[in-house]
Design a binder for this molecule. Structure first.
Ligand SMILES: Cc1cc2nc3c(=O)[nH]c(=O)nc-3n(C[C@H](O)[C@H](O)[C@H](O)COP(=O)(O)OP(=O)(O)OC[C@H]3O[C@@H](n4cnc5c(N)ncnc54)[C@H](O)[C@@H]3O)c2cc1C
Length: 381
């Protein structure tokens, strides 16, 4: 066993860290307060080539391994959580199915410009009546000669309000439940495809999120992404493992940022004649955070390594994401307690970490759904 990152990976981390420190962190507060998509940052990150990290070099990507791409996500999450959301959707689920199943012509038209940041992508699972329960998907795809006709309504779509390209989950056979699901590529400007309500969110502000409406949208047959219809869920398994590790590492970074900030406050704040950092009950919060973050990162990078080895890791990815997120929620809560009254103020940072961390509970599966699955698998023996 060797738990060390390679020299190349360490160098890559330092480069990303420097970029995030220089470009993203100075804008965190502004992005959150104004809730605006930072197009300039988007363009710059694309120019630096990061959007193609996971994609084939042929389309402008870097073809990096999973551990390396997770280093990128962990560092990026030290900046704005909203910007992180937009970028990770673009790099993972927004382009994954196109990269895996798209024709060369489609990749040239859609994937290469997405890697260059010129096209914004999104992934559409959720509807008003179905989130965790994808068997309840009502968006339908009906074959019509050489085309598919899509009808439905998608909600909570990150990048939806500004998207050029959407990967949409729809059912080709409503009676088949989970076995009727497929993905389709929909492009802005197609007749019947419309951007609906924009959602105002508690956290991850700056990532435009909203509703997409499909009203008899006609897409060519090759916009069905996958070899067979009805296998959408099966095709999602790999990328969902990535999403869970990425979300878990975001949890580690948000927690670390919150506690580092709180450490500065604890060193300077004097109560009963001493800095509060000298009190054991305050120190315990930092010790607990440190221990849980270390444990979470070890779990998460192990899963990233398993993905790179081609090992089955669905359960491990779910467990690691759950553990990291719960640890993060504890740390961001403790950070507000350390600040006490000031932790309740919009002038200080803890409230932002506290709000942003809530998105981790939905991304990659809610904790009830993850633990229900893990528990049922465990009981099966
Ligand atoms: C910031 C943000 C960005 C998002 N971006 C996207 C996006 O880009 N694309 C997209 O498709 N979706 C997106 N979503 C939606 C997200 O994927 C869903 O919120 C998530 O799948 C949960 O679905 P739901 O909100 O409909 O809740 P539901 O699934 O309706 O769950 C409601 C509650 O019931 C619980 N529950 C459900 N089933 C069970 C069960 N079997 N056992 C026990 N408890 C259960 C849940 O855990 C939860 O507590 C985003 C959400 C947020 C908050």
């Amino acid at each position: 066993m060797d738990f060390r990152f390679s020299d190349e990976q360490e160098f890559f981390r330092s480069q990303v860290r420097d970029t995030v420190d220089r470009l993203v962190r100075p804008k965190v507060r502004e992005i959150d307060e104004k809730d605006v998509f930072p197009r300039d940052l988007w363009d710059e990150m694309a120019r630096l080539g990061y959007f193609g990290l996971r994609h084939e070099e042929r389309w402008g990507g870097m073809g990096a391994d999973t551990v390396t791409s997770m280093i990128f996500f962990e560092e990026l999450a030290r900046g704005s959580a909203g910007f992180f959301m937009s970028v990770t959707v673009q790099m993972l689920m927004g382009t994954y199915f196109i990269g895996r199943f798209g024709s060369d012509a489609m990749k040239e038209r859609v994937l290469a410009p997405a890697i260059e940041g010129r096209k914004v992508t999104c992934i559409c699972f959720t509807e008003d009546q179905s989130g965790s329960d994808l068997a309840g998907t009502r968006t339908s795809a009906t074959r019509d000669g050489d085309s598919w006709i899509l009808n439905g309504n998608k909600q909570w779509i990150t990048n939806g309000p500004i998207c050029d390209v959407a990967t949409v989950m729809a059912t080709t056979d409503p009676k088949a439940g989970l076995k009727g699901l497929s993905f389709f590529l929909v492009e802005d400007g197609m007749e019947g495809f419309r951007k609906g309500q924009v959602f105002h969110k508690l956290g991850t502000r700056g990532a435009p999120t909203g509703e997409l409406v499909l009203d008899h949208v006609k897409v060519p047959a090759d916009h069905h992404l996958g070899e067979e219809t009805g296998k959408g869920l099966e095709y999602s398994t790999d990328i969902l493992n990535h999403v869970r590790v990425m979300t878990g590492l975001a949890a580690c970074s948000i927690a670390e940022e919150a506690m580092r900030d709180a450490a500065g406050f604890a060193r300077g704040r004097v109560a009963f004649g001493s800095p509060i950092a000298t009190y054991q009950l305050i120190r315990e919060k930092f010790g607990r955070h440190y221990a849980k973050r270390e444990a979470a990162r070890t779990l998460l990078y192990r899963v990233a390594w398993m993905i790179d080895q081609g090992l089955e890791c669905r359960r491990e990815a779910m467990a690691a994401k759950w553990f990291a997120t719960e640890a993060c929620l504890e740390s961001v809560d403790e950070a507000t307690r350390i600040y006490a009254g000031n932790g309740f103020s919009m002038e200080y940072a803890p409230q932002r970490f506290f709000r942003d961390a809530r998105f981790l509970l939905s991304g990659g599966g809610t904790h009830e759904v993850l633990l229900n699955f893990l528990g049922s698998q465990y009981l099966r023996g």
